[in-house]
Design a protein around this ligand. Structure first.
Ligand code: 7RM
Length: 634
């Protein structure tokens, strides 16, 4: 990848231009630095109108050979993963590349012994412990498709994800630690599996030592199987376009979308972007605070860093436990050089005393990163001043589950940063802004819908089992282009600032929440007739949820407080506590268009107390309810 390393702005422009002029040459040059069983016949084949893309056609490889095996000769004793437990009194674990090789091979053999084969789906529902990383990589080694489900998801959310891609196995644990809580993961799995006939095995990792029921014939403790497994496992030969993983993301309508990522393009792109954006050097210690249950964890805790032979920190805990100094204590303890987190965490910590920060030595830091939502100016400055001590560039990285890797972002020490701006497209990324008439908006100082007009290697290839939905969601609004769902503006020098979603996904504390599934959950409550959820700005979470709810006319007058509590209870059970509503307003009607669609735009304005100009309301069927809702807004 050395040829296209970017160390200055001048070099960035040179490399960027080349990547646009000759994308095939550009990416094949980078791909040559990896280990292949067989090189590709053709770099790229695509038809964006059909949502069809193939990179490195007929190339053969295994991603774990690239992330582990090839480092052993030079870096066998180097730490690959530093595991930092939830409890600061529990010792951190340093897993070398040699250790990681042994562990992944053992786990790969366990999976094979349990009947898992290339192409089978394995659901991983684990806390942030080493076994999570090892299981993900073991799947990749044998060609099984991993589907990691964030261990904060509820029983029914887990069940829906298992059912959708018909997983054969779940790997989970007896429980998980998060701050001062323990979570009964196995209990949630047991509940979910009542409606998941495709599962025939559950492997259980011991973490909390909770006394849990084991179902005869289905559940097995991992440890005894793992102990006797061999430390050698031949890596499966994978085609460049063989599926690597499925990761679910919520949509604006319907069930979650299983985004499918494939092998070679994903590997090359995450490796290249990791190296450049974070300017990772051999002795660095890199820490991304995300959970591996999200794309950020997949690409920038595991695959990207490991493909570079990096040392990557895996943190089990939360920023506020045992106190608000936890992040900075870990940075100091492991001498972290690159620190990558989300604006919601920064805002939460910025509310507390700066003594929590100054207490620790943060002088090891060289680069700070931000991801997940727009970072507001105040949070940006707090991060820059107090954490980076004004000497660490902040890389505000814009990207998506669907894009697989970073898309628009500064390159540390090359791209001058600007608060709230994700700045420039990375090499190989060709963003465009589109107007309502589907025309490309040229020039600078403009706003529009953000699209990408040329394929990049790590783009998702489809939605599992529903290519039509993939095509319709991402490639139909602007034919021939990938539509991100985000709006953006381009400033006078061509820097991009992401303004937020243009569809009905709300980002709460960095978690993408589709409003439709939350409405579905609420509507199951016997007293609820109809509901509409929108986001509104929130100091800490970035956005919070506001529910407009119409109650059924049952004659009985129910206690509103109890109802509010019950509704949030329903949401917790169906989606997870993250999706609970901050505000609930019981209304007599919802603003609807003539075609029967709820006009969420108006509800968003009401929720954010911005009702001076409601925009075009000419298609409204029932303008009178709007006034009523505004009057009684909470
Ligand atoms: C990586 C990730 C994707 C959505 C995306 C945006 C928002 C992410 C930024 C951002 C402004 C950023 N994947 N988003 N990063 N908005 N600036 N730096 O978050 O699939 O979970 O979410 O997140 O709206 O479309 S995701």
């Amino acid at each position: 990848m050395g040829v296209y390393e970017v160390k200055s702005l001048e070099q960035y422009f040179k490399v960027y231009k080349r990547s646009v002029r000759e994308p095939r040459k550009f990416w094949s040059k980078i791909a040559e630095d990896f280990v292949w069983y067989k090189k590709w016949d053709k770099v790229l084949e695509y038809r964006l109108e059909e949502a069809e893309v193939k990179w490195f056609v007929n190339g053969k490889l295994n991603i774990t050979k690239n992330c582990i095996d090839r480092h052993l000769a030079k870096r066998g004793d180097k730490t690959a993963i530093i595991f930092e437990p939830n409890d600061p009194d529990e010792e951190a674990e340093h897993i070398t590349y040699n250790d990681l090789y042994n562990r992944v091979c053992k786990m790969a053999n366990v999976l094979r012994d349990q009947g898992i084969r290339k192409g089978d789906r394995v659901c991983i529902y684990l806390p942030m412990i080493p076994e999570l990383a090892v299981t993900v990589l073991a799947c990749a080694r044998i060609g099984a498709i991993h589907s990691v489900v964030f261990a904060g998801f509820s029983e029914s959310a887990l069940a829906a994800r298992i059912q959708d891609c018909e997983c054969k196995m779940v790997v989970t644990s007896d429980g998980g630690f998060r701050g001062n809580k323990t979570i009964d993961l196995k209990g949630i799995v047991d509940g979910a599996l009542e409606t998941c006939p495709s599962i025939d095995k559950v492997l259980v990792v011991k973490r909390t030592n909770a006394d849990i029921p084991m179902k005869e014939g289905r559940d097995e403790w991992l440890a005894p199987l793992y102990e006797k497994a061999s430390t050698e496992s031949i890596a499966e030969v994978m085609d460049a376009e063989d599926p690597l993983f499925i990761l679910y993301t919520s949509g604006s309508t319907g069930k979650p979308k299983g985004m499918l990522h494939t092998t070679a393009g994903y590997m090359i792109y995450t490796a290249y972007t990791f190296k450049n954006v974070f300017q990772y050097e051999e002795k660095d210690v890199y820490w991304c605070t995300a959970d591996i249950g999200w794309i950020t964890g997949h690409s920038y805790i595991l695959y990207g860093p490991l493909a570079n032979g990096a040392t990557t920190v895996m943190f089990e805990g939360v920023p506020s436990y045992p106190d608000f100094g936890r992040f900075w204590e870990v940075v100091d303890k492991h001498k972290v050089t690159q620190f990558y987190t989300a604006p919601t965490a920064i805002r939460a910590l910025a509310k507390e005393s700066t003594d929590w920060v100054t207490k620790y030595d943060l002088s090891s830091l060289k680069v700070l990163g931000s991801v997940g939502e727009p970072i507001n100016e105040e949070a940006w400055h707090w991060y820059n001043d107090h954490v980076g001590n004004k000497k660490c560039p902040i890389v505000d990285t814009w990207w998506q589950t669907e894009t697989g890797g970073l898309m628009i972002s500064p390159i540390a020490y090359a791209t001058p940063t600007k608060p709230t701006y994700a700045t420039l497209p990375l090499p190989g990324v060709q963003p465009v802004l589109m107007d309502e008439k589907r025309n490309e908006i040229e020039g600078n100082q403009v706003v529009g819908s953000l699209c990408i007009k040329f394929p990049w290697p790590s783009m998702a290839r489809t939605i599992w089992g529903d290519h039509r939905r993939y095509k319709e969601t991402y490639f139909s609004a602007f034919p021939g282009k990938y539509f991100t769902g985000d709006g953006a503006l381009r400033d006078e020098v061509g820097y991009y600032r992401i303004t937020g979603r243009v569809d009905d996904v709300v980002i709460v504390s960095g978690h993408n929440l589709g409003t439709a599934p939350i409405e579905d959950a609420i509507n199951e409550h016997p007293a609820v007739a109809e509901s509409a959820i929108v986001g509104f700005p929130h100091d800490i979470k970035g956005n919070a949820l506001y529910g407009f709810i119409i109650l059924k006319e049952t004659g009985e007058t129910r206690n509103r407080e109890n109802l509010t509590r019950e509704i949030n209870q329903y949401i917790s059970e169906h989606i997870g506590p993250i999706a609970k509503l901050d505000k609930i307003q019981f209304v007599s009607g919802l603003p609807k268009t003539r075609s029967g669609k709820i006009m969420r735009r108006i509800l968003r304005k009401i929720a954010s107390k911005d009702t001076a100009n409601l925009g075009d309301t000419s298609t409204l069927l029932n303008p009178e309810v709007v006034e009523d809702i505004i009057e009684n807004a909470v």
